[in-house]
Design a binder for this molecule. Structure first.
Ligand code: ZN
Length: 342
């Protein structure tokens, strides 16, 4: 308990009464003319010390206490502030928990959004080529069994496409590029790249192009995917996100979906818009370097768009649960945007 003396002003006239004030249990208590007053400290305004000038303590009912017993008043102030801070922290504990939870969710969101793709990019460089090769070959074997047929293109047309492709192979000799022709069957006009450097182009795609540079621009786009290792990065990203979902939800189904064989995952792979854009940029940079007009690329995309009005529909592969979503087939919603880009 702290005691001090002061003068009481009732706030209605200038008269003052000398009083003894007690401070205990966070209350100021005093008696004026036989009337007892109790005021909680948090309702009272105690000014800070200014030299030795008297302090006027404002009471909630408009009355005031004047006192020069600075030492005692400071003591009250210090004790009250400490308790006040503690109470404040305790009260705000709940909101603190909410803030921490929000920060956690935001951090998680950004680590999924930016962190995992960044990690996947680093990890993709560590994947051995032998792994990418066996995965790619298995994928192609499955597609050959279920969808593709041998190419029926004229040798002359094939040679022309192959000649353009050879220029690319020579210029990017550090990439293990290889071109494969196939009759696309139900998937029609399409092209896609496997992680081992194989690019599959369908007869239907070659046929709808009316200039060999249109075909070349599609091939360049596919090489862009290989150059940036998009398929392996997508596989890694998809697994990492499923893994995080599993860790936080404990949903074993999410995790077990990872157990699907890599070739099936590759068949179902859908590149992100960012990857499509990156492959487009790669293609356009190459075309520019060869003085090939960029309009060839836009023309090719337009032709692909027109070739299959229902191309955004997934095609189910005969006897298993995989759906084929091959590159251009899967990117339909963006295609208009991509045609316009320069
Ligand atoms: Zn693509």
């Amino acid at each position: 308990m702290i005691r001090f003396q002061g003068l009481y002003y009732n706030g209605k006239n200038n008269q003052s009464e000398p009083i003894d004030i007690e401070c205990r249990h966070q209350n100021l208590t005093f008696t004026v003319n036989g009337n007892s007053f109790h005021f909680p400290l948090d309702k009272v305004k105690i000014p800070t010390r200014v030299g030795s000038t008297p302090r006027f303590i404002e009471l909630p009912d408009g009355a005031m206490i004047e006192s020069q017993q600075h030492q005692e008043i400071d003591q009250i102030l210090t004790q009250f502030q400490k308790k006040d801070q503690l109470a404040h922290v305790l009260e705000s504990k709940w909101s603190l928990a909410v803030i921490l939870a929000i920060i956690f969710v935001i951090t998680l969101f950004y680590s999924v959004k930016d962190g995992i793709p960044a990690l996947a990019k680093i990890a993709s460089k560590e994947i051995p080529y032998s792994w990418m090769k066996s995965m790619s070959q298995e994928t192609l074997t499955q597609l050959d069994k279920k969808i593709f047929k041998a190419s029926k293109l004229d040798l002359q047309i094939k040679q022309k496409v192959q000649a353009d492709f050879q220029t690319l192979q020579e210029q990017f000799s550090d990439l293990p590029l290889k071109l494969q022709f196939r009759d696309g069957g139900i998937i029609g006009a399409n092209a896609f790249a496997l992680p081992d450097g194989n690019i599959i182009i369908t007869d239907q795609l070659v046929k709808i192009m009316d200039h060999h540079h249109q075909t070349l621009s599609i091939l360049s786009h596919e090489i862009g995917h290989i150059y940036h290792k998009h398929s392996v990065r997508s596989l890694l990203q998809n697994s990492a996100i499923a893994l995080i979902v599993f860790v936080f939800t404990g949903d074993i189904q999410t995790f077990s979906s990872l157990a699907v064989a890599a070739p099936t995952a590759l068949i179902n792979l859908k590149y992100s818009r960012d990857f499509e854009r990156e492959a487009d940029v790669w293609a356009r940079t190459y075309l520019k370097s060869q003085n090939i007009p960029l309009t060839r690329f836009s023309e090719a995309l337009t032709k692909l768009k027109e070739s299959k009005p229902r191309r955004n529909k997934k095609i189910k592969i005969k006897d298993d649960d995989s759906y084929i979503e091959l590159d251009f087939l899967s990117t339909h919603p963006d295609i208009d945007e991509r045609i316009k880009e320069k």
